[in-house]
Ligand binder design. Sequence first.
Ligand code: NDP
Ligand code: 8G0
Length: 452
Amino acid sequence: MVQPTEPEFEQAYSELLLTLEDSTLFDKKPHLKAVLPVVSIPERTIMFRVVWQDDKGQMQVNRGYRVQFNSALGPYKGGLRFHPSVNLSILKFLGYEQIFKNALTGLSIGGGKGGADFDPKGKSDGEIRRFCEAFMRELSRHIDQDTDVPAGDIGVGGREIGFLFGAFRRYRNSFQGVLTGKGLTWGGSLIRPEATGYGLVYYVEKMLEYASLGTFAGKIVAVSGSGNVAQYAALKAIELGATVVSLSDSKGAYVAKGAAGFSAEEISLIADVKLNRLDLYSLDDKFKAKFDYYAGARPWTLIKKIDIALPSATQNEVSAADAEALIRAGCKIIAEGSNMGSTMEAIEIFEKARTSTSDSSIWYAPGKAANCGGVAVSGLEMAQNSQRISWSTQEVDQKLKEIMINCFENCLNTSITYSSIKDEKLPSLVKGANIAGFIKVAEAMLDQGDFY
Ligand code: NDP
Ligand code: 8G0
């Protein structure tokens, strides 16, 4: 299943396996054990050359990928990542997580992921458009609305989806809902840009309620990242009365000096800077009176008092040392906006502290549960496209809320059902998410004869 050169995929695979084995799942449903080696190999992986012209007229070449991991629940669905670190291991881990996450949304969507080792930073709009065009030249042969529906992810936002969609339409002579995250006038859904961040906050609201910790009002929230997920998670937390004391990017972190956190206006400045592919630090003139900047740092060890942590940048952005620092800072809830935001060692620390009866207890929600709002609203965008209708902001937001509540309850109840420990105060959401997602996909594969 796992190739020796795939550390990130191995991490995602081991995490799933360990939680399934450390439960009563295979005692209660022994027939599902044989599914694991099958579900862990992608149905299909497409790897291709992307040749494009830069502004100087020089030819450039990158590696493009699409991992079509599992289609037992619906068309492959998952984002495209443009980042220099992209390789098959990273896309396999993301695609693998996507299968089970998509199952947790309750919608009819399979799992996939793709991207390229292309770095959008420092590129002009023209270069990005030519890259997207060249990327879609090959990808357009392998996707359509009933087969595989990509979207954005790190480095791929609304502008890139526009270029990719236009390229698909021209190559295939077909206007269809083949990508999500589209512009509102050409098939996009309201609330899709907000969905992952908002959904994350809706999920945490349920955690707070279950743990009798009140609401977001008055809470100190540490967020990492400053892209799509981080911006909207921060905005929703602020709207609900929380103080957001940190945001960061790949170059460093801003942390509030005093009691005042980020305002919606400051987040809108950040959105402009990020749209122009600039560093957060370019705002230092405006920020330095209120925030300290820590070059090369992540927020977790820099803040003395935290109630809720929302990692929303990238994989493995919370280490064991960060996990310990969060617990020391009094953090009660950590929920991932990013995919695989925590290392295995960090998860182990959180899971141990979950059952602590002292003040140092913390409740951890993995990305595949807490950030499923993004792909869920993508699923709603697909549903609107196939009916050729558009739902209102309120309708989509309400459906998103319901999906996040159902996802939380599914994780919680599944954890209670399959845990080998009875009457836990805070049931393991990582176990619940993995088991609930796995059962749904595995049973669909068995029903459909994916085995014989
Ligand atoms: P964006 O590209 O909009 O933002 C990414 C943010 O993370 C930026 O602040 C970026 O900094 C930072 N970042 C990226 N790579 C690194 C790195 N290696 N080290 C430190 N910081 C880094 O992406 P999104 O907000 O869409 O995605 C953030 C996370 O959320 C990812 O893990 C993604 O897979 C996940 N996710 C996204 C969903 C969505 O709907 N967009 C849905 C579910 C999960 P810089 O600007 O300096 O590069
Ligand atoms: O909409 C999507 O398919 C999508 C885009 C980016 C990330 C994710 C995710 O769930 O990680 C989904």
